[in-house]
Design a protein around this ligand. Structure first.
Ligand SMILES: [Zn+2]
Length: 641
């Protein structure tokens, strides 16, 4: 027989067990967890019990603040970002049994991260080492990149370059490490940032941490874009002399040639460590590095956009690193980098946590305006000499949606004339807006000598996946009028500006254009003298907005510091850039018609044929009825009947 006392004890124990199951996880911050559970291994920069540096405190707090959805740290190296990640990871697994995901730029960097940091961190943290499932059996155990824990938590380190890997994992907490190293995908569908954000939206309390040193130019850098969207925190420290609260800066904000870290050099161009000091921007007094920690300890983050509370952003340069002698080290690296673009870029990225933009190709909007003002052609009239009329359509889903279309006339020597430009408001996922476009196309354009011309080729931008169906529905029955979908891509399988895509949807032809090459053609030709062969002619009636859009992109070189390999990217300098996209499609169209659809139009003989076409269009007696596309004549019966 069980005694009353024993039964009561068992009941209490059972109740406690149930309570434990239902109790919310203990309310403990990342810092409290890390102080209690983390001992940094001897190999780490600062071995022993964890204690956050002054600038790390608030960042870590934000990582576990339920009101914060996103934490952005645009940082120099050696500011302890990895440890913030490690602590967040340990806290998430140990306290909340979360599913967590980390992105590294590539599979190699993901594996290095696991071997060099993750394994070490788990081993040196008993709370995690005790619950990690060993790699005993494939079904339940952990692998190098996929750690599973017996409390239900999991941590996966994915390669940002592999969209399939990113789509396969559900995670409530995502860490984007070295985000500036992720490839930029031209199609949104493959962009790692967009994929993880979509997956995070499945959780009401999903959270994102983005940390990186900048590596890309302004306008492309993911970390800079993320920081610009954030609360934009900077760290202020009181001056030991005048008590003014200021951030540590490399340069004076108003005088870029005035550096605030001062030092003397010996005859071998070596920085003399004892001479290195920082200058207070307010009182001008010298601040030695040994005072730095206590200054930072008395400092705090100031958010320049305090109204943004869900996205906390932090920026800190290398002057905040707490390693002894770091200022002298930075001074020496700065001295050594002078005269070498790549080393300078590395210094600016890694120590100043700023973007670095190499000189680029662009066009001046003022120049375009002056040029356009001299060309007083009326709108919608085809000038003398035009042989081919090409239409480009850009599809925009923003707001209520619209199509932007333009008509470009090409002469036999590749001079290009903007003939007309039209915006069709309407949802591009519905058919109506395309019907409006078609009426415009069928109406055609009058040649200055009286003949009516309909377009030889119409290209519709089909890169937005949501609009593909409606675009194909429109193009398919109009293929014999040479109305086709087209898409800009990074590289083609053949040489040239455009090619036909091997993949067919609804058994329809579709074309790919080389975005970079086509935009470069536009850029170089915009800079040609008026009336020179291949020059671009913009009429006086175009709006300033249109001209600004044409100058909205800049081609910049991006050199990888490690491999010294240079690639080129287009950086937007303004918000809207439809006009430059349209002109890029115009050159894709020129290539498609003269190389693919009617190759008889290329080469010296092709030029003669184009001249004859221009003469035909200019003879007022030759009238083309609307609906009968000259393009059809080129294909089926040759250019001349
Ligand atoms: Zn001062």
């Amino acid at each position: 027989m069980i005694s009353h006392a024993t039964a009561l004890e068992e009941l209490r124990a059972a109740q406690a067990r149930v309570r434990k199951l239902w109790m919310p996880p203990p309310d403990i911050t990342i810092e409290e967890w890390a102080r209690a559970k983390r001992v940094l291994p001897s190999q780490s920069g600062r071995p022993g019990q964890w204690k956050a540096d002054p600038i790390q405190r608030e960042i870590q707090e934000s990582c576990c603040d339920p009101k914060v959805r996103e934490v952005v740290f645009m940082k120099a190296t050696r500011l302890g970002w990895s440890e913030i990640c490690n602590n967040t990871l340990g806290w998430g697994i140990d306290v909340h049994a979360m599913s967590m995901l980390m992105l590294q730029p590539s599979r190699d960097t993901a594996e290095d991260y696991c071997k060099e940091r993750l394994e070490q961190m788990i081993e040196s943290t008993p709370a995690l080492a005790g619950i990690v499932r060993m790699a005993t059996s494939k079904a339940s155990g952990s692998t190098t990149r996929n750690k599973r824990f017996s409390n239900g938590g999991s941590f996966f380190v994915a390669s940002a370059g592999n969209p399939r890997e990113l789509r396969s994992k559900r995670a409530r907490f995502v860490i984007q490490d070295e985000a500036d190293g992720y490839k930029n995908d031209v199609s949104d569908e493959g962009d790692p940032d967009k994929i993880v954000r979509r997956r995070l939206d499945e959780f009401f309390d999903g959270r994102l941490l983005i940390g990186s040193t900048p590596g890309m130019p302004q306008g492309i850098s993911r970390i800079e874009k993320a920081y610009n969207r954030s609360s934009q925190g900077i760290y202020l420290c009181p001056c030991p002399h005048c008590n003014a609260l200021e951030p540590f800066r490399w340069r004076h904000p108003d005088k870029p040639d005035l550096f605030l870290l001062r030092y003397e050099k010996d005859r071998d161009n070596q920085v003399i460590p004892e001479s290195v000091h920082y200058t207070c921007i307010r009182c001008g007094a010298a601040i030695e590095e040994r005072w730095k920690f206590s200054m930072m300890d008395a400092g705090h983050w100031l958010h320049r956009r305090p109204a943004v509370t869900a996205v906390k952003g932090y920026h800190a340069n290398g002057l905040y690193a707490v390693f002894p002698g770091h200022w002298a080290k930075m001074a020496q690296e700065w001295v050594d980098a002078q005269g070498d673009q790549l080393e300078l870029k590395a210094f600016i990225n890694l120590h100043l946590a700023e973007t670095f933009t190499e000189p680029g190709e662009s066009v001046d909007p003022g120049f375009l305006r002056t040029r356009a003002a001299q060309d007083d052609r009326p709108r919608a009239v085809v000038p003398e000499g035009v042989a081919l009329l090409l239409v480009q359509v850009d599809v925009q889903t923003a707001g209520l949606g619209r199509l932007e279309a333009q008509v470009v006339g090409f002469t036999s020597d590749e001079r290009a004339y903007l003939v007309d430009f039209q915006v069709f408001p309407g949802d591009p996922q519905q058919d109506q807006v395309y019907e409006d476009l078609d009426a415009w196309l069928l109406h055609g354009w009058l040649h200055q000598n009286g003949a009516r011309m309909t377009p030889h080729l119409v290209l519709i931008d089909a890169r937005d996946g949501n609009c593909k169906d409606s675009i194909y529905r429109f193009c398919a029955p109009r293929a014999d009028r040479w109305i086709f979908p087209q898409m800009g891509v990074e590289t083609l399988s053949s040489k040239g500006w455009a090619e036909e895509s091997g993949a067919r949807k609804m058994s329809q032809r579709m074309f790919l254009s080389a975005t970079d090459d086509c935009k470069r053609v536009v850029m170089s030709r915009l800079n040609l003298e008026a009336n020179a062969p291949k020059s671009i002619h913009l009429p006086a009636w175009v709006s300033d907005e249109y001209l600004d859009q044409l100058a909205a992109e800049k081609r910049v070189a991006v050199t990888d510091v490690k491999t010294r390999k240079t690639t080129y990217r287009w950086v937007r300098t303004r918000n809207r850039n439809e006009a430059i996209d349209l002109w890029a499609y115009a050159y894709a169209g020129w290539w498609i018609i003269t190389r693919i659809l009617a190759p008889e139009l290329s080469g010296p003989e092709g030029r003669q044929q184009l001249e004859q076409l221009a003469a035909l269009a200019s003879s007022a007696s030759e009238r083309v009825t609307p609906g009968e596309a000259p393009g059809r004549r080129i294909r089926s019966r040759g250019i001349f009947e």
